[in-house]
Design a protein around this ligand. Structure first.
Ligand SMILES: [Zn+2]
Length: 344
């Protein structure tokens, strides 16, 4: 059989590939992969070869051969041949590295949602510097320290490019929809939003998105918002400042108040409340003074609940309806805020 002879030239094609790639090819044999992709083939006699229509070029008579012993393919119609990685490169138009990443995802089951969120956060982080609108927004909200932006892994979701990025790595649209990264129409759920990854125990458990355009409400992925923001680094302090929004937190951290944490809204979930009570401490509350008084009401109720658990509470009164973010954006400095803390 001519096909058997033709495989030879491709066998050592990627002679520099590491052991991992060899293991990957063993874990996911070429024929299994092709069958997962709905390739139908018939065995040739009782040998290790299978033949079917070529998935790489249009044809009506089968000329695509797979040798299961060598784990290689060759097509007599289009002349393409090689191993699993080569097949993925050709069929999905990916580079060698992208193909390996894609196949690693395909063969690693089940997928850990935290890994997907990790990839997503990394992608959004890469986008941040490419979009002046995002950097402009951060500046407008008073955040200008590049080290802090990196530390918090703040990113930007331009919209319309995450799906392509993640599916190229082998994540299915179905999974991405279940995680809420794609909407029901299959498009990126986050669109023109600054993104903060919310971490817990070293893993990303949610993404918080703040629109840079109109006053759209903030947006989370479905599921828990988790505990208090950056609690792992804040919990060591005997005194903490609790703020409502992440842009309140970033300006405080930037001004040196690293003992600030954020509840991502005025309502604390059970876990967040428990965290504040995990040891004797003083909690400074700075919820927004909004027109309908809901922030103040939430703040008073929280203070009562905390006092019932022997937590000392203090209310920081910011001038003229400011929240911590607007206070710093409009020229407030660390000294002035410290004075407010002392007066609380
Ligand atoms: Zn072909």
């Amino acid at each position: 059989m001519l096909a058997a002879f033709s495989y030879v030239g491709f066998q050592r094609e990627n002679c520099t590939v590491g052991e991992d790639v060899e293991k990957l090819k063993q874990r996911l044999p070429l024929l299994d992969y092709l069958r997962q992709q709905s390739w139908t083939a018939r065995p040739i006699a009782f040998g290790p070869e299978f033949v079917g229509l070529c998935p790489l070029h249009p044809e009506t008579r089968p000329s695509f051969y797979v040798n299961t012993r060598k784990n290689l393919f060759y097509c007599h119609g289009c002349g393409q041949g090689g191993d699993l990685i080569r097949f993925v490169q050709l069929s999905r138009h990916l580079s060698f590295r992208q193909s390996v990443a894609y196949l690693e995802q395909q063969s690693a089951l089940p997928t850990d949602p935290a890994d997907v969120l990790e990839q997503t956060a990394a992608f959004y982080q890469q986008q941040l510097d490419r979009y002046p609108e995002a950097l402009h927004y951060l500046k407008q909200r008073g955040l200008h320290d590049p080290t802090l932006i990196k530390e918090l892994r703040i990113g930007y979701a331009p919209g319309g490019s995450l799906r392509r990025h993640l599916t190229a790595q082998g994540y299915s649209c179905d999974l991405l929809q279940r995680l809420g990264l794609l909407n029901q129409q299959g498009c990126d759920a986050f669109y023109r939003r600054v993104i903060f990854p919310c971490r817990q125990g070293g893993r990303i458990i949610n993404l918080y998105g703040r629109s840079v355009a109109a006053a759209f409400a903030h947006q989370f992925l479905p599921g828990s918002k988790g505990g208090l923001f950056a609690w792992e680094s804040v919990c060591q302090f005997p005194t903490v400042i609790l703020v409502e929004g992440l842009f309140d937190l970033v300006v405080l951290w930037q001004a040196g108040f690293r003992h600030a944490t954020c509840s991502l809204g005025t309502h604390l979930n059970a876990e967040q409340f428990q965290q504040l009570c995990d040891r004797p401490r003083t909690v400074y509350l700075t919820f927004d003074v909004d027109a309908n008084g809901s922030g103040q009401q939430a703040s008073q109720q929280l203070a009562q609940r905390l006092r019932a658990r022997d937590i000392t509470t203090r209310r920081i009164v910011l001038p003229d309806g400011h929240d911590p973010n607007s206070f710093f954006v409009q020229g407030g400095d660390a000294g002035q805020f410290q004075a407010l803390l002392e007066a609380a």
